[in-house]
Design a protein. Structure first.
Ligand code: HEC
Ligand code: HEC
Ligand code: HEC
Ligand code: HEC
Ligand code: HEC
Ligand code: HEC
Ligand code: HEC
Ligand code: HEC
Length: 218
């Protein structure tokens, strides 16, 4: 009993100060005073910000350019020579680059065609953000030849909307077989490179040879 008590008090005497010291050390190490002493460190000056630096804050924009896969995949600072200059009283659009600053007006001067963002909805991914629905009423303004031809088509393609054939995305070109399968026997089409050899233009169907009976050998 006695020896146990002596051992216990010896333990307390030796362990307790060590414990108190440890607690004090922990307190000091997590105290705000020690943490905020940034000035105890040496810091290197940052170089000029790169696209990757911009991306850390403007992550969504970086991803939109990356995923857009288009020709706007160039360094941020090639377009944004100045940035972070916006102040109260300014108009936001006045501190940002304009499309026409680099491209002028590629589709003409009409009001419809100079509202760049009405079609190129995402400035950082101008092609990927084109939508067929927005373009639909304006196909013929840019593709005058197709528009004129189809308006005068004597056959059934004249009744069809552009986007029935050019579906899916802008620029998609269908094959005739997608809708018509193989209407003629191989005998008839042999020696011809494609449907349009005889049918002329998809927007203005005809049998585009001087001799309308060409290729229809009995
Ligand atoms: C600081 C210059 C700059 C600005 C501002 C700019 N672009 Fe571009 N753009 C370029 C360059 C450079 C290219 C690639 C070379 C080329 O096609 O001329 C390009 C290419 C494009 C292309 C072709 C895309 C492709 O992937 O082939 C489109 C469409 C386009 N830009 C639309 C726009 C629109 C819309 C705006 C405004 C929201 C705009 N651009 C603003 C410089 C710019
Ligand atoms: C090809 C030129 C071009 C490139 C490259 C480009 N931008 Fe832009 N950016 C623009 C144009 C044009 C606008 C203005 C769009 C508008 O009028 O709304 C713009 C707008 C912005 C805006 C403000 C509007 C918004 O969408 O929040 C930010 C922020 C921005 N860009 C950051 C970046 C960053 C970061 C990068 C690189 C990762 C980058 N840009 C690359 C042309 C570009
Ligand atoms: C530390 C974070 C951070 C970094 C890094 C950063 N930006 Fe910004 N940027 C912001 C914030 C915050 C705003 C204001 C809110 C907004 O528009 O997103 C802003 C706004 C902008 C704007 C629109 C307003 C203006 O005054 O021009 C552009 C353009 C822009 N940044 C481009 C860039 C470019 C280019 C880079 C790289 C060279 C870059 N930023 C790096 C945080 C950052
Ligand atoms: C009515 C919709 C519409 C408007 C408005 C519009 N664009 Fe386009 N833009 C297109 C389409 C569609 C293409 C063809 C894309 C392709 O090649 O697949 C295109 C292509 C481009 C190209 C690629 C080069 C070329 O001519 O093939 C550039 C650059 C461009 N547009 C810039 C602009 C600028 C700048 C504005 C505003 C002044 C603008 N666009 C307004 C729909 C539009
Ligand atoms: C703002 C002008 C513009 C509008 C609006 C527009 N296009 Fe285009 N389109 C272009 C340009 C520019 C190209 C690429 C250059 C080229 O091949 O003529 C193109 C390419 C195409 C092509 C591919 C041509 C090829 O040879 O591969 C098809 C198909 C097409 N457009 C159909 C349409 C249809 C359908 C619409 C309406 C839903 C439409 N376009 C609206 C400008 C436009
Ligand atoms: C019945 C289906 C069909 C309809 C409707 C149609 N196209 Fe086409 N278009 C085609 C096919 C098929 C081709 C490819 C022809 C080839 O292989 O040379 C084509 C080619 C094109 C091209 C590229 C070659 C060229 O002639 O410049 C453009 C641009 C185009 N069409 C625009 C339009 C527009 C605009 C409309 C509506 C006014 C339209 N198309 C309606 C089937 C159609
Ligand atoms: C997206 C579907 C589609 C595509 C692609 C398409 N057509 Fe058609 N085509 C039609 C429809 C719909 C009609 C009208 C059929 C009807 O009224 O019976 C038609 C009618 C025709 C006719 C007249 C048929 C008749 O009975 O008078 C010919 C010829 C024809 N197409 C040839 C072509 C050729 C050649 C191509 C390729 C350049 C083509 N088509 C591409 C849908 C298409
Ligand atoms: C050797 C010339 C020639 C070629 C090649 C050709 N056609 Fe025809 N096609 C004709 C003639 C001539 C007619 C009208 C005679 C008739 O009514 O059978 C016709 C009629 C059609 C019709 C109207 C429906 C029908 O069967 O009467 C369709 C649709 C058609 N062709 C689609 C096509 C498609 C799709 C191709 C390509 C796979 C094609 N043609 C290739 C000469 C050709």
């Amino acid at each position: 009993m006695q020896t146990q008590r002596i051992v216990l008090s010896a333990l307390i005497k030796s362990v307790l100060p060590v414990g108190i010291l440890a607690v004090l050390l922990v307190c000091v190490s997590i105290s705000p005073a020690a943490e905020s002493d940034s000035y105890s460190q040496d810091v290197e000056k940052m170089g000029e910000m790169t696209t990757i630096d911009c991306a850390r804050c403007h992550h969504e924009i970086f991803m939109s350019i990356k995923n857009g896969q288009g020709a706007h995949r160039i360094e941020c600072r090639e377009c944004h020579e100045t940035f972070h200059g916006f102040r109260r009283g300014m108009r936001y659009e006045d501190v940002l680059p304009t499309c026409t600053g680099c491209h002028e007006t590629p589709h003409g001067e009409s009001e419809q065609m100079t509202a760049c963002k009405s079609c190129h909805a995402v400035p950082h991914a101008p092609l990927a953000s084109l939508e067929l629905k927005t373009l639909e009423p304006l196909c013929a303004s840019c593709h005058a030849d197709a528009g004129t031809r189809i308006a005068s088509d004597r056959v059934d393609h004249g009744k069809l909307k552009c986007v029935l054939c050019h579906s899916d995305r802008h620029g998609y070109v269908p094959s005739c077989q997608e809708c018509h399968g193989t209407p003629h026997s191989q005998e008839i089409t042999e020696g011809f490179t494609g449907c349009l050899d005889c049918h002329g233009n998809p927007h203005d169907l005809s049998l585009a040879t001087d001799d309308p009976d060409a290729g229809l050998k009995e």
